[in-house]
Design a protein around this ligand. Structure first.
Ligand SMILES: *[C@@H]1O[C@H](CO)[C@@H](O)[C@H](O)[C@H]1NC(C)=O
Length: 308
């Protein structure tokens, strides 16, 4: 009890809930099938709620703290114009499954089923990092439902060699030592890779983060990393998407290097454009939130001409 009173992370979590609530979202749980339950933040449903009044936008988090920790600035910015949905992917936050499936394709199926259950037929999707893999598959599987796609800081075109290089940059032996930090030193290293300007973080705060945000479902999250369908080969096999795609990247991204973004744009074909945000690394949505939001807003609200 005393520990939780003193936890800045818990305090900030409460603050995040207030922000999302004030933006008109509420925390909800839905059984998407017999095996899987998804927790998400979505528009509060009042009796006269009209889901067709605003277009829908799904924000899909990356491999890290659950959704609200990664998308606060986007929820606040987009909620006046969109019905914003922030699902926790399976094994993040309170989302869980009895299924043994662990791939990002499975995550995409779960998000798709969630939207079906909610009766939302068409939507735009924005995914970052691991969530970008999910967004890609969602768009590929359901071109009639997904109207526009934003892939941020996400090496959908990841090869085995990219993994090897990442481990070298992180001076780590296993990918879970990078993505699922258990010690203050590991978390500090991850933040050094993910942020262009790393804030000073005292050890107690790093421990607080690990305790509150990185320790649940560790075994299952390791299985998710092993279950990824990309990053095992030296070849890339992704097909262009039918939708317009915006790729957003930090010029100093140390998780997925900028060269992945330029290659991804080529692979995704004519309907893909790339925006690079200066002086940011792997989380431009946090590091330069205003610029990130404007770029995404222009894309989502722009006409379909690819004139710039
Ligand atoms: C990027 O950072 C450098 C050095 O910190 C600074 O000189 C430059 O003005 C920054 N550029 C932008 C676009 O923020």
């Amino acid at each position: 009890m005393l520990a939780s009173c003193l936890s800045l992370v818990s305090w900030y979590g409460t603050y995040l809930h207030r922000c999302l609530s004030a933006a008109g979202l509420s925390s909800q749980m839905v059984d998407v099938d017999d095996e899987t339950t998804i927790h998400f933040w979505g528009p509060k449903r009042s009796p006269n709620y009209d889901s067709s009044s605003k277009p829908a936008l799904i924000l899909i988090h990356g491999f890290g703290p659950r959704g609200e920790w990664q998308w606060r600035r986007q929820v606040v910015f987009f909620a006046p114009h969109f019905d914003v949905y922030v699902p926790d992917l399976v094994f993040f936050g309170e989302s869980t499954t009895k299924s043994s499936e662990r791939s990002e394709v499975f995550q995409a199926v779960c998000v798709g089923k969630l939207m079906e259950k909610l009766g939302v037929e068409r939507y735009a999707v924005l995914g970052t990092s691991y969530g970008g893999f999910v967004a890609y598959h969602l768009a590929e599987m359901w071109p009639e439902r997904v109207e526009k796609v934003v892939i941020a800081s996400s090496g959908v075109n990841m090869r085995r060699s990219d993994n090897v290089e990442l481990l070298r940059r992180a001076k780590a032996e296993k990918i879970d030592d990078v993505m699922l930090p258990q010690t203050a030193a590991q978390l500090s290293k991850l933040m050094g890779l993910a942020l262009f300007r790393r804030p000073y973080m005292p050890r107690f705060l790093l421990h607080d983060f690990i305790d509150k945000l990185y320790s649940d479902n560790r075994k299952e999250k390791m299985e998710l990393l092993k279950g990824l369908s990309v990053g095992w080969d030296d070849t890339v096999n992704i097909s262009p998407l039918q939708q317009e795609v915006l790729i957003v990247w930090g010029d100093h991204d140390q998780i997925f290097l900028l060269e992945k973004a330029t290659e991804l744009k080529e692979l995704l074909g004519e309907k893909a454009r790339l925006e690079v945000i200066k002086n940011t690394s792997h989380v431009p949505q946090l590091e330069q939130a205003r610029q990130f939001n404007n770029i995404v807003m222009n894309f989502l609200c722009g006409s379909s001409s690819l004139s710039y």
